[in-house]
Design a protein around this ligand. Structure first.
Ligand SMILES: Cc1ncc(COP(=O)(O)O)c(C=O)c1O
Length: 249
C-alpha cells in the first residue's frame, strides 16, 4: 500500500499510523507498537526508498472506571513513547521529526458524569440467599450502552444529599424493558436510597453520548458543561418533536 501511495502524484506519504485498541492500561503494548512502527518505517526506507518522517501512535490509553483501574499519568505515557521511538530510530539511523497521539477516552472520559434520578427500588433474592437491590433510573442503555455491549464497569454515588445508610449490594438498571438494560452491574449504594435521589455515574464522557440512541422513543438528555461554579448547556435536551423530525408521514 505504501508503494501504491508513493507512486500517486496526488498523495504524499509522510507518516505511518497505528492504533492498537482502547481502554488499555498496561503500557507494554504501546511500547511494542511504537517500536514496530519504526521497524516498518525502516523497512520502507530500505526496501522501497520511502522516507517516513512522522509517526502517529494512536490512542487507547486507559482511564479509571473502578478503583482497580490504575491508569498511567499521560506524562509517563508520553515519555515512554518518545524514548521508544528515539531509541529504535537511533538504532536504525532513521530521523523521525514528529510523533503524534490521538487520546480520545483519556481526555473526554473522566470529564463526563451522568446524573440519573432514582425511580423504583426493588430488592431481589439472588443465588446463595443474598439480596441485590435493583435501582431503576430515568435513563439506561439509550444513554449508556457500554455495560450492555461489553460489560463496562462504573463507579456510582448518591450526589443529591449525604447518605447515612449502610452499603447495599445494588444494580443500577435503565427504563427500557430489556434484560440487558443495566448501567452499573454491581455496586454498593446506601440502604436509605429513595426514589427521587440523584445518583452520579462517573467517567461517562467517552463512548456514551456518541453511542447513544433514541431507543424506545427516548429523547436524549442534555450535555451540560460545568466549571468554576458556572454551568452552560452544550447540547440541549431532546424533545418529542426532535424524535419525530424525520417522519414524513
Ligand atoms: C484510529 C483511532 N485513534 C484514536 C482513537 C481513540 O481511542 P481512545 O478513545 O481509546 O483513546 C480511536 C478509537 O477508536 C481510533 O480508532
Amino acid at each position: 500500500m505504501a508503494k501504491v501511495v508513493k507512486d500517486l502524484i496526488s498523495l504524499e506519504l509522510i507518516g505511518l499510523h497505528s492504533h492498537i485498541g482502547s481502554q488499555i492500561l498496561p503500557l507494554a503494548g504501546f511500547e511494542a507498537a511504537a517500536a514496530r512502527l519504526v521497524t516498518a518505517a525502516v523497512m520502507l526506507r530500505d526496501e522501497a526508498g520511502i522516507v517516513i518522517s512522522q509517526l502517529g501512535l494512536g490512542g487507547g490509553f486507559g482511564i479509571s472506571y473502578v478503583p482497580a483501574d490504575q491508569p498511567k499519568d499521560i506524562q509517563v505515557i508520553a515519555d515512554l513513547l518518545v524514548s521508544t521511538v528515539l531509541r529504535e530510530s537511533k538504532l536504525n539511523d532513521l530521523i523521525v521529526s514528529k510523533i503524534s497521539v490521538e487520546p480520545g477516552r483519556y481526555i473526554s472520559g473522566p470529564a463526563g458524569i451522568t446524573l440519573y434520578t432514582v425511580g423504583t427500588i426493588k430488592p431481589v433474592t439472588i443465588a446463595g440467599g443474598q439480596t441485590r437491590t435493583y435501582v431503576s433510573v430515568d435513563g439506561g442503555m439509550s444513554d449508556n450502552i457500554r455495560t450492555a455491549l461489553y460489560g463496562a464497569q462504573y463507579t456510582v454515588a448518591v450526589v443529591s444529599r449525604a447518605p447515612t445508610g449502610a452499603p447495599m449490594l445494588s444494580r443500577v438498571v435503565g427504563k427500557h424493558c430489556e434484560s440487558g438494560d443495566i448501567i452499573v452491574r454491581d455496586c454498593y449504594l446506601p440502604d436509605d436510597l429513595k426514589p427521587g435521589d440523584l445518583i452520579a455515574v462517573a467517567a461517562t464522557g467517552a463512548y456514551c453520548r456518541s453511542m447513544s440512541s433514541q431507543y424506545n422513543g427516548t429523547p436524549r438528555p442534555p450535555v451540560i458543561a460545568v466549571s468554576g461554579g458556572l454551568d452552560q448547556v452544550w447540547i440541549r435536551r431532546e424533545t418529542y418533536e426532535d424524535l419525530l423530525v424525520l417522519d414524513q408521514g
